[in-house]
Ligand binder design. Structure first.
Ligand SMILES: [Zn+2]
Length: 399
């Protein structure tokens, strides 16, 4: 009988050199643009707080827009690899499928949208509260945002180099301007667009809304703790968790009820089902492709990119790939990249063909929930910690 697997979420130094860094991304995007013979267009959409380019790559002439972002958390790197593989394929392939994608879809990718965090190989960006108040003087007397890191998190020292969790800096009001009374805020509340990285993606999203009317689909690529196991098999790690639900119920929330009509949870569920079906279809090739669960659904995250854009009417999909770099390094990079790729392929194929409209949202509700973490230090999973804290805040405010 095989011994039960062991796993640790304790942060440690591990090699990551096989991942594409910022400099290599510049070269790789230029190469893809070149070999695609102009089908893939690469632009600088904005600059990070430290002045690094935030690139977009756009391909296709269709009227359904699919926005993909990766590495908003800089220690969550596999998504960038999968997006590059996808751009390479859709930009160069002459298959019927690729031609259908290019005629039906406009794919806009922002690989490595938080390059300062990516270069530091950490979750938060590289920005101080003083820099925020210099740009927004009305915040000078306010308490810093709750997602401002000045302590050690996931083994990274923010005391000497502070930063923000950019994925709590979004607001469904895309023209929101920071107001002192909205600070310090909390995980269950909206963010502020105080970071240049979130501002860049916000501006891109608004531009696409102006050009196309709406952004049909938005996929954000993350990683979760390394040690979650399947609910029915503690010997099998969860390869990826997915979700389309980040907002509890906008209609019952006075702050969000104005978005109740545009919010389309059913469509988000159909998009997730497309990813789920594609991955289950590959499980006979490699069983780990089938180890997919739902990400926790008891959340309300209007300050995340997915929450904010979902409220604006986009169908949304979260990928939470196994293991951040401080626990897995580049281990399993190839198979995890393939997992994310298969999921993205399932989503884009079903949107391009229109089959997504026929998918049953009830299949989403039947996707198994994530099993427990067998890690030795689950506190190292910052998302899990914030979710537990948010759940406590909600219980406290409900009670
Ligand atoms: Zn993340």
């Amino acid at each position: 009988m095989a011994a039960a697997p062991t796993c640790s979420d304790q942060p440690r130094d591990l090699p990551i050199n096989e991942f594409t860094d910022h400099e290599e991304l510049r070269d790789e995007l230029a190469r893809i643009e070149r070999v695609s013979e102009g089908r893939v267009e690469v632009e600088v959409a904005g600059r990070s707080n430290q002045g690094r380019e935030i690139w977009t790559a756009r391909v296709g002439e269709g009227d359904k827009v699919v926005l993909l972002t990766s590495e908003i958390h800089g220690n969550e790197k596999v998504g960038t690899e999968a997006v590059l593989d996808l751009l390479d394929w859709v930009g160069t392939s002459d298959t019927r499928k690729a031609r259908q994608w290019r005629s039906e879809l406009t794919i806009v990718a922002v690989p490595k949208m938080n390059p300062d965090a990516a270069e530091l190989d950490r979750r938060g960006n590289d920005m101080t509260w003083d820099q925020v108040t210099a740009r927004f003087p009305q915040l000078r007397g306010s308490e810093p945002a709750w997602n401002y890191y000045t302590r050690e998190i996931q083994g990274d020292d923010y005391a000497s180099r502070p930063g923000f969790d950019v994925n709590r800096d979004y607001n469904p009001d895309l023209s929101y301007f920071p107001q002192p009374e909205d600070f310090p805020g909390s995980s269950a509340e909206t963010g502020w667009f105080i970071t240049p990285e979130a501002q860049t993606v916000r501006d891109l999203y608004r531009g696409l809304q102006a050009e196309f009317g709406e952004v049909d689909t938005y996929v954000d690529l993350h990683h979760q703790g390394a040690c979650y196991v399947m609910p029915d098999d503690p010997d099998e790690f969860v390869t990826m968790s997915i979700s389309g639900k980040f907002i509890d119920d906008p209609a019952s929330d006075p702050e969000l009820e104005e978005y109740a009509d545009t919010y389309d949870l059913e469509y988000s569920k159909q998009l997730n089902v497309a990813a789920w079906n594609a991955l289950q279809g590959k499980a006979n090739q490699r069983p780990v492709f089938g180890n997919i669960t739902l990400y926790p659904q008891d959340t309300n995250l209007p300050g995340t990119a997915l929450g904010a854009f979902g409220l604006n009417g986009s169908g949304t999909v979260l990928f939470e790939i196994r293991g951040q770099t401080q626990t897995l390094g580049q281990q399993y990079r190839a198979v995890l990249t393939r997992t994310a790729y298969i999921g993205l392929d399932g989503i884009l194929s079903s949107v391009a063909s229109g089959r997504v409209e026929q998918l049953d949202p009830a299949v989403y509700d039947a996707i198994p929930e994530r099993g427990p973490s067998i890690g030795s230090a689950e506190e190292a999973d910052e998302d899990a910690r914030v979710l537990r804290q948010a759940a406590r805040e909600r219980t406290a405010s409900a009670g």
